[in-house]
Design a protein around this ligand. Structure first.
Ligand SMILES: [Zn+2]
Length: 272
């Protein structure tokens, strides 16, 4: 598989990137965590895929969610060299990793589980999007990533990468009945979900627009908007694959075996 790279070539950059983030964002001190879980025994790494998980920002338990996501994917996908960058709890944070033009280089996939809705720098947001589109490195976008960068003048560039536009969620949090669309019923990403999956808890995102390149796989009927809101989709834009799931406010939803299975299936589609 072309995505696999020899371990000996990748260990050093992981730590250099992590170190660079620690150094350059020292202002966040205790609120920033840079962590690499790269396999260091040098024996299994030859077949590893390199994944970057960017997390942090407002309103969610990212400390535990980064563990839930990385553990679930490592268990279901196999050996993964993780670079996990956790940037504090402020919605205005601009993750330093995105500020270098070649930030995405060397990764096989980027997982965005971030909540930076207060960022207003349009060029900064374009830098994230352009890196994905030029490199074709796929992405998984989770929950508040959909509400990130919405105040930037270039927010639509980010949304076109996501595949959806959303700026708000239902007022009330409650378990959500997730049902597959016709496209979702035959899509391997939802294999095992069944005709209906009721999440343990949920914060339903209101989707204002599905971009033309996106295909919705599952929805939840909103009592508030009286319509089906897309919650799981896949997007392919200029050859870059993006798997999206807006479910993920609560840890208990992410810990549900069905959420983990859908995430892993989304990964497989994105990197295949
Ligand atoms: Zn949330």
């Amino acid at each position: 598989m072309s995505l696999i790279r020899p371990f000996c070539q990748i260990t050093k950059p992981i730590w250099l990137i992590a170190l660079a983030v620690i150094v350059t964002t020292g202002g966040f001190s205790g609120s920033l965590l840079a962590q690499s879980k790269a396999d260091t025994d040098g024996t299994k790494g030859a077949k590893n895929v390199r994944a970057l998980l960017v997390t942090g920002g407002c309103c969610h338990d990212y400390q535990n969610q980064k563990q839930i996501i990385s553990d679930a994917l490592s268990e279901k996908i196999g050996d993964i060299d993780w670079t996990i960058l956790h940037y504090g709890d402020k919605r205005e944070i601009e993750p330093d990793i995105y500020k270098s033009g070649d930030w995405i280089e060397g990764y096989d996939i980027v997982i965005h589980n971030e909540c930076f809705g207060g960022v207003t720098d349009g060029d900064f947001v374009n830098g994230i999007v352009d890196a994905h589109l030029k490199s074709k490195v796929p992405a998984i976008v989770v929950h508040c990533s959909m509400h990130s960068y919405r105040k930037a003048p270039t927010a639509d560039a980010w949304r076109s990468l996501l595949g959806v536009t959303s700026v708000r969620h239902e007022k009330k949090k409650h378990p959500l009945d997730v049902v597959p669309t016709d496209a979702g019923k035959s899509d391997p990403i939802l294999a095992g979900m069944g005709d209906k999956w009721t999440t343990p808890n949920g914060e339903l995102y209101i989707i204002e627009n599905v971009w033309p390149t996106a295909k919705v796989l599952a929805t939840v009927y909103s009592q508030e908007t009286k319509k089906d809101e897309p919650v799981i989709w896949k997007n392919e834009i200029n050859g870059t694959r993006v798997f999206g799931i807006s479910l993920g406010h609560h840890n208990e939803t992410m810990q549900d075996p069905k959420w983990k299975a859908i995430l892993a299936n989304g990964w497989k589609w994105a990197v295949e």
